[in-house]
Design a protein around this ligand. Structure first.
Ligand SMILES: [Zn+2]
Ligand SMILES: [Zn+2]
Length: 434
């Protein structure tokens, strides 16, 4: 699942409104999956992993709504200059737009998986060692220049207007949510046409038989046409994650981890040829000298490794869960009031959201100085209360909101200090993959 830069086609406010509807629906489905799995004895959702996934989703939509990336070539430019014909705005234009998006999605996805430098934008989506609906929401924040718009060339040549792409693109993205689940088996004849949970389990798996297969996003036809299709086998249970585990719940870190490795490898290697070619080599490739000198852990046997599971008390889990809901309240207010908050307020608000998620997930990771990040969030929060003389206009709805925000910030600081310093030292409760 990946996206083509929705806010390059959609205006910020429309996307904010769409998200206000989409977010609660996604959240309900995530919680339903957890409940249903628990009830039927096949719980596939670990609480901390789920919180990490949802907070990653929040980083992604915040960045996108704020429009913090630019397309090198815009779809509008391609449409204006390259359209050969102009197809009528009937149902066909929507069908063609959908197919064009699906094909471009396949191409981009395949490039991301197979090229070192482009893998960084997609690593977050595969970073969970679980496979559930929440994982679908792990989406990138590391792309600032979008260069793949040209894959929409077929749509531009046929003269599909930008506003049609703008309507179809979010639908095409959101529809990829449902198949991130282990609770649905094979689906008969549908397996031949669309991407099903079974197909996508294979895509998220690191078993040698499955890795780098099934890149398709909605229609499975592209994998079948281009030879990247793999069926899920009963005797090969998928093992999820990435071969170099990210070992953190922090979505901001995950988003840049691979890029940092590439930069440091390119810097450290003595071989000039390697410094230049590392970026475009297959994903995971490292110059021989640095790979030897600075080894990076890689899972060799997928049936024998420890899932990331830092020790966490019931108190920390409960607090993290509560924090998630407070985060969603903060973000909902932002998305519903983008116009009235205006610039630069929305960007300062975005900064607060990022500090919030960073502090929350560092605490979840067991960082003994997570409270430092909480302190940064507290400073930003208090600055915003003073600066906006309230909380971005919400005080007009209810005059005590700024007081509640302030009390929350202090409580979060207090709990962060307690939970990070007074961590009880015990044997890590890691569990192995079965
Ligand atoms: Zn996926
Ligand atoms: Zn992928």
């Amino acid at each position: 699942m990946n996206e083509i830069g929705l806010t390059n086609q959609l205006d910020m406010e429309t996307y904010g409104k769409i998200l206000l509807i989409a977010m609660p629906i996604f959240l309900m489905l995530v919680l339903f999956e957890k409940w249903y799995g628990w009830k039927t004895g096949k719980d596939t959702v670990r609480i901390m992993d789920m919180i990490s996934s949802l907070s990653s989703g929040v980083t992604n939509v915040t960045k996108d709504v704020l429009g913090l990336s630019v397309a090198i070539i815009s779809y509008g430019w391609m449409y204006e200059n390259l359209a050969l014909i102009h197809i009528q705005e009937n149902i066909w234009v929507y069908i063609i737009a959908f197919l064009a998006l699906d094909f471009s999605g396949y191409c981009i996805h395949r490039i991301q998986h197979t090229t070192n430098v482009f893998w960084n934008a997609h690593i977050i989506h595969h970073s969970s060692e679980e496979f559930n609906l929440a994982c679908a929401l792990r989406q990138s924040i590391s792309v600032f220049f979008r260069i793949f718009t040209f894959f929409l060339l077929p749509a531009a040549l046929l003269g599909v207007p930008g506003n049609v792409i703008a309507i179809v693109a979010p639908l095409h993205l959101f529809i990829q949510f449902w198949y991130h689940t282990q609770l649905i088996g094979k689906m008969g004849f549908l397996e031949k046409i669309i991407v099903t949970p079974s197909h996508h389990r294979v895509h998220h798996a690191i078993n040698p038989e499955y890795i780098d297969k099934n890149y398709s996003q909605v229609f499975i036809i592209w994998d079948k046409m281009f030879g990247t299709f793999q069926e899920e086998q009963d005797h090969i249970p998928p093992v999820y994650g990435i071969t170099r585990p990210v070992a953190t719940w922090n979505p901001v870190k995950i988003n840049f981890q691979h890029m940092f490795l590439l930069i440091s490898d390119a810097w450290r290697t003595k071989n000039w040829n390697d410094k230049l070619r590392i970026w475009f080599m297959p994903t995971g490739w490292r110059p021989a000298d640095v790979a030897e000198k600075y080894p990076v852990y890689k899972i060799e046997d997928v049936y024998d490794f420890k899932k990331y599971n830092p020790e966490s008390s019931k108190a920390l889990q409960t607090w993290s869960f509560i924090q998630l809901f407070i985060l969603l309240s903060f973000i909902s207010y932002l998305f519903g009031n983008l116009a009235s908050i205006g610039s630069p307020g929305i960007f300062l608000y975005g900064l607060f959201i990022f500090a919030y998620i960073y502090a929350m997930t560092e605490l979840m990771d067991g960082n003994p100085i997570a409270y430092v990040w909480e302190g940064i969030k507290l400073v930003i929060g208090v600055y915003l209360i003073i600066n906006t003389n309230g909380w971005f206009g919400s005080e007009k709805l209810f005059q005590y909101i700024p007081h509640i925000v302030f009390a929350y910030l202090l409580a979060a600081m207090y709990l962060s200090i307690n939970l990070s310093i007074k961590r009880k030292v015990s044997v890590p409760s890691e569990r192995s993959v079965s």
